[in-house]
Ligand binder design. Structure first.
Ligand code: SAH
Ligand code: SF4
Ligand code: F3S
Length: 487
């Protein structure tokens, strides 16, 4: 276990933070000067690829840019554009290269435009080589480990025309106090840990995000309290494997214990978390979820495959029998829970029979939803050098078979709540239908119903009238919501 230990110096993390706030002041000056030249405030766009952890990082990038005087926009015609990239599958990388071509054209029309790249894809040496060679118009490149230095890097980028590249192999720092511009006022992600130690044989995340590091419960609770004071009612605790949270802290804490502390925060209404590795999901967690009033009735429990042979080659460290037993335990303890999963189709050497096993598992687990991915060969991972990579046509066929099974069970599961009245957190106006809003059930299913913007950020009781495959149409009811929570 010794290579899993990390040392952390919190005083030095705080000092580093001050340095970065100093750089923000300097950037502000540059942005003010630029405003005078442009006769308007310069604009900045943060474009996110990838998972919720990247989305959270993007909120920090936006927070810094806004604090420095940029006007935030979603338009890639902005004066400063940053792509926060993902590399979990090759199509994520291809999308970035494609869009860079488009950005280059925009830059030709606006030579003052600055283009920056950060995130997981930048941790790959081959990517950096390619960018250096063929994308020399990019101004700033940094990785996942030094995001906390964004103000300093931004300062360097705005004061120079050179391509600035700063990529680190790892870090022992956790500097989490940069300003944050949240995407939603009423809900927020919170990093509880970084990195991953699992090394599933197909996965690049441990290589680009480094070893697992947990934040202390005090830091996490303090951040949530201040979010709640700022109007947040729902938090999503984020980590690649939240079930191993706290193991490598100086004073070890379990994820279930952390949840119990989070539950005590007054004013917080809903708690979600992502992602749970099945091998580490404890009975203690099931027990805490069962008795909780705030933890949402949803668990994302990636299975990846239903074949023991493939699971072993994937280095997932559980069998299909163990996984199904876990599902049974969770459903018995929390009957109204929704369970979702991730599945990979086309792992090297996967046969029709292996896929049959996956389909049988999908039917048995009765997933409420599943994200099905075609296996993507990631350079540097053990699976990439396995000899039996599969032909595309065969994989597509197998993928479609799995997708069909997933859709069939998901449709059946979603319909279960028709006729019930359930609390819904209203998230936004419905873009398709005027006079309607869209929200989420505790079990994460989407609900559309008649309502206006004044409901956004509130939890209201909604009768679920009709199930339309993967979402409900409902009607807001006037009964006192507290009655619902008593039941
Ligand atoms: N830490 C999370 C997953 C992070 S990546 C977990 O273990 O559950 C999100 C999903 O991407 C994974 O669950 C997996 O299904 C998929 N994925 C990861 N690497 C992949 C690859 N090389 N090809 C296809 N899908 C992959
Ligand atoms: Fe990747 Fe496995 Fe870690 Fe998830 S647990 S991030 S799939 S290595
Ligand atoms: Fe992608 Fe990085 Fe997340 S590779 S899935 S953005 S951790």
């Amino acid at each position: 276990m010794s290579d899993y230990q990390y040392t952390r110096n919190e005083a030095s993390d705080r000092a580093e933070n001050e340095v970065q706030y100093g750089y923000m002041e300097k950037v502000k000056q540059l942005v003010d000067d630029l405003s005078v030249r442009l006769c308007r405030r310069p604009t900045a766009a943060v474009i996110t690829f990838g998972c919720q952890m990247n989305a959270r990082d993007s909120e920090k990038l936006s927070g810094v840019l806004e604090q420095c005087g940029f006007t935030l926009t979603e338009d890639e015609g902005a004066d400063f554009v940053i792509y926060n990239t993902c590399t979990v599958r090759d199509n994520a990388n291809q999308r970035v290269y494609g869009r860079l071509g488009y950005l280059h054209n925009l830059k030709k029309k606006n030579p003052a435009k600055k283009i920056a790249l950060c995130g997981c894809m930048m941790q790959e040496a081959t990517v950096i080589e390619k960018l250096r060679k063929s994308y020399s118009f990019v101004n700033l490149i940094f990785g996942t480990h030094n995001l906390y230095k964004f103000p300093e890097l931004l300062y360097a980028c705005l004061s120079s025309d050179e391509m600035i590249i700063d990529i680190w192999d790892s870090t022992d720092r956790i500097v989490e106090s940069l300003p944050v511009e949240r995407q939603f006022s009423f809900k927020s992600g919170i990093n509880i840990m970084f990195g991953c130690n699992n090394f599933c044989s197909y996965c690049i995340v441990p290589y680009v995000r480094g070893r697992e590091r947990s934040r202390t419960p005090e830091e996490i609770l303090c951040e949530i309290r201040s979010l709640v004071a700022d109007g947040v009612v729902e938090v999503m605790l984020l980590g690649q494997n939240v079930n191993s949270y706290g193991r490598n802290l100086e004073h070890a804490v379990t994820f279930a214990q952390l949840l119990q502390e989070v539950e005590k925060i007054e004013g917080l209404e809903r708690i979600r978390f992502m992602t749970s590795h099945p091998k580490d999901l404890s009975d203690e967690l099931i027990e805490v979820m069962k008795h909780s009033k705030k933890i949402c009735r949803h668990i994302h429990l990636p299975v990846q495959s239903g074949s023991n042979r493939i699971l072993q080659r994937m280095n997932r460290r559980y069998t299909r029998e163990q996984y199904l037993e876990l599902v049974r335990k969770i459903r018995t303890a929390i009957p109204d829970i929704s369970i979702t999963t991730d599945i990979i189709v086309g792992f090297p050497g996967e046969t029709v029979e292996d896929v049959d096993d996956t389909i049988a598992l999908v039917r048995e687990a009765q997933y409420d939803n599943a994200f099905t991915f075609i296996y993507s060969q990631r350079t540097g991972t053990p699976a990439a050098s396995m000899p039996d990579q599969l032909p595309e046509e065969f994989v597509k066929e197998q993928f479609n078979r799995v997708l069909e099974a997933v859709q069939e069970t998901a449709r059946r599961q979603t319909g279960k709540l028709v006729g019930h009245t359930e609390p819904v957190l209203v998230e936004e106006l419905n873009h398709q239908e005027a006079g309607h809003v869209t929200g989420k059930l505790s079990n994460n299913t989407t609900v559309h119903f008649r309502g206006d913007a004044s409901l956004i950020g509130h939890i209201v009781p909604v009768r679920l009238m009709e199930c339309k495959g993967f979402y409900y149409l409902g009607e807001k009811v006037e009964e006192d919501i507290r009655e619902l929570w008593k039941s």
